[in-house]
Design a protein around this ligand. Structure first.
Ligand code: HEC
Length: 112
């Protein structure tokens, strides 16, 4: 009895911590957002931007993308276009959209 309760407690502790550490966005929701907003410049998959000055996002590290978006939003990274694009994004939007772009194959990945 006692050990079952302990196991349950351990499981819930592990679940709590791992969900925090491994917090991943919902790539499907991110795809919908990307299609709506980001595709006009970066392309829906982020691998073929429409202009050379729009960066490739596909396959970029999720942390890098999230930091860039948070910095545009806060003004720490200054760019008129992306500042305006990042402003309406919620924390969930950022984790979803970065999960989507990071999961897409593209030329930023090292070929093995
Ligand atoms: C009107 C065109 C346009 C749209 C729409 C747009 N972007 Fe951008 N994006 C840019 C430009 C231009 C840059 C380069 C800005 C700079 O030099 O900092 C950029 C840069 C970025 C970067 C930084 C990339 C890097 O390598 O540092 C990220 C991340 C990003 N955009 C994500 C998004 C997301 C997510 C959306 C949709 C919510 C979006 N962008 C919509 C034009 C756009």
């Amino acid at each position: 009895m006692k050990s079952t309760a302990l196991k349950l407690l351990l499981c819930s502790v592990i679940a709590t911590f791992s969900s925090g550490v491994l917090a991943r966005g919902d790539a499907a929701a991110g795809q919908a957002k990307a299609k709506q907003v980001c595709a006009a410049c970066h392309g829906e998959n982020g691998d073929k931007p429409l202009q050379p000055e729009y960066p490739i996002l596909a396959g970029q590290h999720v942390d890098y993308l999230a930091k860039a978006l948070k910095d545009y939003k806060s003004g720490a990274r200054k760019n008129a276009i992306m500042g305006a694009m990042a402003q309406p994004l919620t924390a969930k939007d950022i984790s979803d959209v970065t999960a989507w772009f990071a999961s897409q194959p593209g030329p930023l990945q090292v070929k093995r």
